[in-house]
Design a protein around this ligand. Structure first.
Ligand code: HEC
Length: 321
């Protein structure tokens, strides 16, 4: 079989595979793997293509047989000539690509109009260009059918779907990786199990100094709104993990407790807020007001966001009454 025929068969095989995948693919899997019948369809297409090539070749051979001796000799001579050149394949491929009209001279293919001496040759379009053009037509048809007839997902929808899927994965990960927290990622744990684990940790390790009800003893009262370092969950996590100020008696617990345990006991301490146990220790530190702090942050943010004053405003600011 000739090289050109094989190339044509491969091209058709690739194109039909592309078409099948573009139209029938529903998941990550190749459609021909997922739906074996499509694989069969693809094989049939290739088989047909092979059959066509073989028939064309045999017709050519038959035609050759009908040539008279002289023509046959010419034909064979020509074939032999290019064979002798030793570059049959390269030559043919090159000619196939550029669509060169080898046998014709410039005189033969010149077009007989003339623009001020500028004349035009009637060359074939390069084959690579022609096939590229056909490919765009096939692409357009596939595209139209897929996105306008079968309403394929737009980029926007695909993006949102992927983001949603990633969100689910993150949630999953968070659930299994609760122990991978630190002061900046810790979140309030509200599960009964987590809080009772936190209470256990507190009763065994912390109650000696902070009292079982959190009212305070050697260590400060944990039920009021006054905090030495700060009263946010991450502040509390931080001081339990890293310890208090040097010499005050609150050691770092990060070597004795796992991150999850610190998160649990931090959450448990948050639930003690405002329980007002009897004879609790007097407040230490500063009043911690979550809302006030949030407001302060917002004010600062607004100042940053505010655009620069216009000239008029500057002037009116400068007017002295
Ligand atoms: C040996 C006594 C002692 C033990 C045991 C102890 N603490 Fe403390 N804790 C203190 C002291 C003292 C402070 C004050 C530290 C400072 O002033 O810097 C403190 C501070 C704190 C604070 C910050 C309070 C504030 O007002 O800012 C938290 C929260 C805390 N401890 C939680 C715990 C937890 C949870 C445990 C158990 C894992 C624990 N502590 C065990 C003595 C202790």
């Amino acid at each position: 079989m000739k090289t050109v025929s094989i190339l044509r068969i491969l091209l058709v095989a690739a194109l039909s595979l592309f078409l099948i995948e573009a139209l029938a693919r529903t998941s990550e899997q190749w459609a021909i793997v997922e739906t074996p019948i499509l694989l069969a369809v693809w094989f049939v297409i290739i088989l047909f293509m092979v059959a066509i090539e073989v028939s064309v070749a045999s017709i050519q051979r038959l035609l050759f047989e009908t040539l008279n001796e002289e023509a046959k000799a010419r034909y064979l001579a020509k074939e032999a000539e290019s064979k002798n050149a030793g570059q049959i394949w390269l030559n043919k491929t090159y000619r196939l690509l550029v669509g060169e009209r080898k046998a014709r001279s410039d005189e033969e293919i010149i077009i007989d109009h003339d623009y001020d001496g500028i004349r035009e040759l009637d060359n074939n379009l390069p084959t690579w260009w022609v096939y590229g053009f056909y490919a765009t037509i096939i692409f357009a048809v596939v595209y139209m059918v897929r996105y306008h007839v079968f309403e394929g997902a737009t980029q926007d929808e695909e993006y949102r779907r992927e983001v949603a899927a990633a969100q689910v994965e993150i949630e999953e990960y968070r659930k299994t990786a609760k122990g991978l927290v630190d002061a900046s990622t810790v979140v309030m744990l509200t599960d009964e199990a987590d809080l009772s684990d936190g209470k256990n940790v507190f009763d065994t390790n912390c109650a000696v100094c902070h009292r079982a009800d959190g009212g305070g003893g050697i260590g400060p009262n944990l039920t009021d709104n006054y905090w030495i370092i700060g009263g946010s969950l991450s502040n509390i996590y931080e001081i339990i993990s890293e310890g208090g100020r040097p010499g005050k008696g609150m050691i770092p617990w990060k070597n004795d407790l796992k991150p999850l345990q610190i998160a649990q006991v931090s959450s448990y301490i948050m639930t003690l807020q405002g329980t007002n146990p009897p004879d609790a220790k007097e407040p230490e530190g500063e009043l911690y007001e979550q809302e006030k702090i949030e407001e302060e942050i917002e004010d600062a943010q607004e100042k940053i966001d505010q655009p620069e004053l216009s000239e008029e405003e500057l002037e009116s600011d400068l007017v002295i009454e």
